[in-house]
Design a protein around this ligand. Structure first.
Ligand code: SF4
Length: 350
C-alpha cells in the first residue's frame, strides 16, 4: 500500500519542491508544449518536480516512457518518448538506458521488462492496473481453448505476462484485424476485450471470431446515443472513437483507431472541431501541437492511468522502488507471443 506522507517527507528532505514562478519561467521551452491545457499557476507547481526528475534521469541513465493517456505535465514535461503501449515497449528495446520508468499501467511495464529483461523497469505505482488485464488469467485462456479446440488465441497486449505466455500471438488495437485475418483457422479466439473483438469481427467477416467477456472501464461507458446527441448539439464536430468502445459507438463515429491512429487521423485531417471518444488526456496531449483544432466535449478518465503522478515518478526514481519482475520462463513464452505479432505486422507491412 502506498504511504504518501512518508514519501512526501522523504522527498522534501532532499528536494526543494515548493511552487516557483521563477523556475517555471526559466523552463518555458517545456511549458510551451502544454500551455494550452496547463495554467501558469499549475506549471509553477509542477516545474520543481519536472526539474528534479529530469536531473535525476541523467544521473541514473534512465529513460521515461509516457503513454498517450498520461497527464500533460508527465507526457510533455518528463517523458523521453510518448506513444501507445506497443510503441513504448518497442522503444524500451531500442534505448541505451539502464533504467526505464514506465509512465503507464502495470501490464505496460511488464511488456517492457519482457522485451528488455536486462534493464531495470520501474512503475511509479504498483497499483496502476487495468480492467482489461484484470479480467482474464491463464486459466481463462485454457477455458477458451477447451471451448474452441484448435482455434488460435489472439490476445490484446493489455494483459499480464502470464496471459500473453498462454496465448499464441498478441495484437494491438492498430493491428488486431490484420492479425486475426492472417490466422490459419476459420475460428479465432480473441481475448480479453469483447468490444475490440466485436469490432474486428465486423471488419473480418471471413473469420468466426469468438471472444472473452472483458472490457475497458473507460471505453465501455460511451453509448451510441451519447454520440448521436452530441452530433445534434454540436454540428460539424468530427467524432473519433477508440476500438475498445462498443461496436454501435464505433459505428456512430466518423473514424475509429488506436491512440496512435487517432493522432495520425487528427493530424492529417485537421478538423475544425473534434471529439475524441477515449481517455481524457489524449486530447490534452495533442492540443498544443494542433492549435487549429478545437477539442470539445466530454471524455472519460482512466483511474488506473491517473495513479501515476510527478511525485510518484520522482520517488520511484530517487529510491529505485517499484521494480517490475517477470518470472524468466513466463517472460520467454510471453516474449514469443509479442514477437510473433511484431514479425507478422512487419510481414504484412503494418
Ligand atoms: S484506459 Fe482502459 S484499457 Fe487503458 S489502462 Fe485504463 S482501463 Fe485499461
Amino acid at each position: 500500500m502506498f504511504d504518501l506522507p512518508a514519501q512526501r517527507a522523504h522527498l522534501s528532505e532532499k528536494y526543494d519542491l515548493n511552487p516557483s514562478p521563477e523556475l517555471a519561467a526559466s523552463m518555458s521551452d517545456i511549458y510551451d508544449r502544454m500551455s494550452r491545457v496547463v495554467s501558469p499557476v499549475d506549471w509553477a507547481i509542477y516545474a520543481p518536480y519536472v526539474k528534479a526528475i529530469n536531473d535525476l534521469k541523467a544521473e541514473r541513465n534512465a529513460v521515461i516512457l509516457g503513454h498517450n493517456y498520461m497527464t500533460p505535465e508527465i507526457y510533455h514535461g518528463i517523458s523521453d518518448f510518448g506513444g501507445d503501449s506497443l510503441q513504448l515497449a518497442i522503444k524500451a528495446t531500442e534505448v541505451e538506458a539502464d533504467v526505464i520508468v514506465q509512465c503507464g499501467v502495470h501490464f505496460m511495464a511488464e511488456t517492457s521488462k519482457i522485451l528488455s529483461p536486462e534493464k531495470t523497469v520501474l512503475i511509479p505505482d504498483m497499483e496502476a492496473g487495468c480492467s482489461l488485464a484484470e479480467s482474464i488469467t491463464a486459466d481463462g485462456i485454457a477455458e477458451m481453448r477447451r471451448r474452441y479446440p484448435g482455434a488460435p488465441v489472439v490476445t490484446y497486449v493489455n494483459t499480464t505476462a502470464e496471459v500473453k505466455a498462454a496465448s499464441d500471438i498478441c495484437c494491438t488495437s492498430s493491428n488486431a484485424a490484420q492479425i486475426v485475418a492472417a490466422q490459419d483457422s476459420d475460428t479465432v479466439i480473441m481475448t480479453p476485450d469483447q468490444y475490440l473483438a466485436q469490432n474486428v469481427a465486423r471488419d473480418v467477416p471471413q473469420k468466426n471470431v469468438v471472444w472473452w467477456e472483458g472490457s475497458c472501464i473507460v471505453h465501455e461507458q460511451y453509448s451510441a446515443k451519447d454520440l448521436r446527441d452530441f452530433r445534434e448539439w454540436n454540428p460539424g464536430t468530427r467524432l473519433i472513437a477508440h476500438p475498445e468502445c462498443p461496436p454501435d459507438v464505433v459505428a456512430e463515429a466518423d473514424f475509429s483507431g488506436s491512440t496512435s491512429g487517432i493522432i495520425k487521423y487528427v493530424t492529417d485531417e485537421m478538423p475544425e472541431k473534434a471529439l475524441l471518444i477515449t481517455e481524457c488526456s489524449m486530447a490534452s496531449n495533442i492540443a498544443d501541437a494542433l492549435p487549429e483544432v478545437d477539442f470539445v466535449g466530454p471524455c472519460n478518465m482512466c483511474p488506473y492511468m491517473k495513479k501515476i503522478t510527478l511525485e510518484k515518478v520522482l520517488f520511484a526514481l530517487d529510491t529505485m522502488t517499484g521494480q517490475v519482475e517477470v518470472d524468466a520462463e513466463v517472460a520467454d513464452k510471453a516474449r514469443l507471443s509479442v514477437q510473433r505479432m511484431i514479425d507478422l505486422s512487419r510481414k504484412l507491412g503494418i
